[in-house]
Design a protein around this ligand. Structure first.
Ligand SMILES: [Zn+2]
Length: 487
């Protein structure tokens, strides 16, 4: 944002635009010392070793084999005397539930992760630092598929339980560790736990993946911790065109495959209207309040922000996806016909992601309008979930995440965001759970892009800081702060 562009704004816009109202910062509660007394350097090194071992366990999905990963987590819990059980939705597809009991003054807090990881092409990784290596190199990086997504967070959650137990922290609520199978493919692990074992979990709050601390995403010298409070909906469609088939030698008007392509071109030309979710408005306002200056002034005013920055935001694929309903053509099917045969049916797969408030009806109506209400086209729904979010204003878990990720730092801010992808949180929210997504690591954009790609890794320093942050957050929201540690 340059100063000149501000000067060219009509004064009326400046006059009628007031700053986004942010809650007054409340002082964080006194933790009575329960968060102290851990040597974080040693605890971080120990957690790094646990993560290294976890990364060596092959839980590529497909096929998953998550029971192996669950047993690995279970072996750490067993050493500490923390009870757990493994439940399988299919042979070898285990999810783990462990619990530290609280007094029951508040409903449980659930720390969620998934055990399975995306597949990886080992040939694309450096020698000795492969996807199943768990190598900790000389620069203090831990290598392997899942380091960021999300065995790293799973390890922080596991070690948080371990430290709560070791420090004998009195709890006002149960703290439940839930590590599920099959997040990457069908969410079958989470669906199974929700349908068969929810009675034993029934938490009011859940912490899961969804956001991260990203260095340099808004300003080069700044880290933004994006706490996911909502996820876009998903609508997978098959767009089927039934038309003229025939011999390939003579192109005819109405032949199915060219017709399908013509319609897809129309869909590609769609110009979706940008709409900023309330979470993102608050996110920018919080960063703006912290940055100050002219940029901060604009960031705290949604209307200015949208007027001045919307073009920039729409030019970047990730921010464009956060502001619009997206429709992505992800596959074509013409039924395996010979080169000289025009099929009578051809279809395309469309991955549509929906902003809060949108439905399959609204998207299909838009697509129908684009292809000209042609009776030869039908839309079949393959999968559908509405966007879902959790309230975050004045929520104790959300506030604790905000506070402990940025405490004492002038170069970091945190705030709520709408995620463009979905996680198991979208399912948990249907049970009325307040689910937030934040892995308390601080990564560069390059590191972030290694999730599902080659060279996925996380630093030992991140594991140490992340464990300290997560442990402190959990102490704040789950410890019985009416008691003090024995001196
Ligand atoms: Zn994940």
């Amino acid at each position: 944002m340059n100063r000149l562009s501000i000067l060219f704004l009509p004064t009326t816009v400046l006059l009628c635009t007031c700053a986004h109202e942010l809650p007054i910062k409340k002082p964080a509660p006194d933790l009575r010392g329960w968060h102290q007394g851990v040597d974080w350097t040693r605890a971080g090194a120990e957690a790094a070793r646990v993560l290294s071992g976890y990364l060596k366990v092959d839980t590529f999905n497909p096929p998953g084999n998550e029971t192996r990963g669950a047993r690995y987590l279970g072996s750490v819990l067993a050493r500490e005397g923390i009870p757990y059980e493994i439940v399988e939705h299919a042979a070898g597809r285990g999810s783990l539930i462990a619990r530290l009991k609280g007094s029951g003054k508040a409903r449980p807090l659930c720390l969620l992760s998934h055990i399975d990881v995306a597949t990886a092409d080992a040939s694309q990784w450096p020698a000795g630092k492969g996807p199943l290596s768990g190598t900790i190199d000389d620069e203090g990086m831990i290598w392997g598929r899942g380091a960021l997504d999300m065995k790293g967070m799973g390890t922080l959650e596991l070690m948080t339980l371990v430290w709560l137990k070791r420090k004998k922290v009195p709890l006002k609520r149960d703290v439940i560790l839930l590590a599920v199978a099959d997040e990457e493919v069908n969410n079958a692990g989470m669906k199974y736990v929700l349908s068969k074992h929810w009675g034993r979990i029934d938490c009011s709050h859940m912490l899961n993946e969804g956001g991260l601390g990203i260095r340099g995403v808004l300003f080069p010298d700044h880290t933004a911790f994006a706490i996911s409070v909502a996820e876009k909906g998903v609508l997978w469609l098959r767009m089927v065109v039934r038309g003229k088939g025939g011999h390939g030698s003579t192109p005819l008007p109405g032949h199915t495959t060219p017709l399908l392509l013509e319609m897809l071109r129309k869909i590609q030309k769609r110009k979706p209207k940008p709409r900023m979710d309330a979470s993102l408005e608050e996110f920018f306002a919080r960063v703006g309040r912290q940055r100050g200056g002219m940029t901060g002034f604009v960031m705290q005013r949604a209307r200015l922000l949208q007027g001045l920055l919307i073009k920039k935001l729409m030019a970047k694929p990730a921010t464009r996806a956060a502001l619009t309903n997206t429709v992505n053509i992800t596959g074509l099917d013409t039924g395996g016909n010979e080169p000289n045969v025009v099929p009578t049916v051809a279809s395309a797969r469309l991955d549509c992601r929906l902003l809060p408030g949108e439905t399959k009806e609204s998207i299909v109506a838009e697509l129908r309008g684009l292809v000209g209400h042609d009776p030869r086209v039908t839309f079949e729904v393959m999968h559908y979930e509405l966007a879902a979010g959790s309230a975050w204003k004045n929520d104790p878990l959300f506030e604790a995440l905000m506070h402990h990720t940025t405490r004492g730092r002038k170069d970091a801010a945190a705030g709520p965001v709408l995620s463009i992808g979905f996680t198991d949180s979208i399912l948990a929210r249907k049970k009325g759970v307040r689910a937030y997504g934040l892995v308390p690591f601080e990564v560069t954009q390059e590191e972030m892009q290694t999730m599902h790609g080659p060279r996925e890794r996380v630093s030992v320093k991140n594991v140490e800081n992340g464990l300290r942050i997560l442990y402190t957050v959990v102490v704040e929201v789950a410890a019985d702060l009416s008691q003090s540690p024995a001196r």
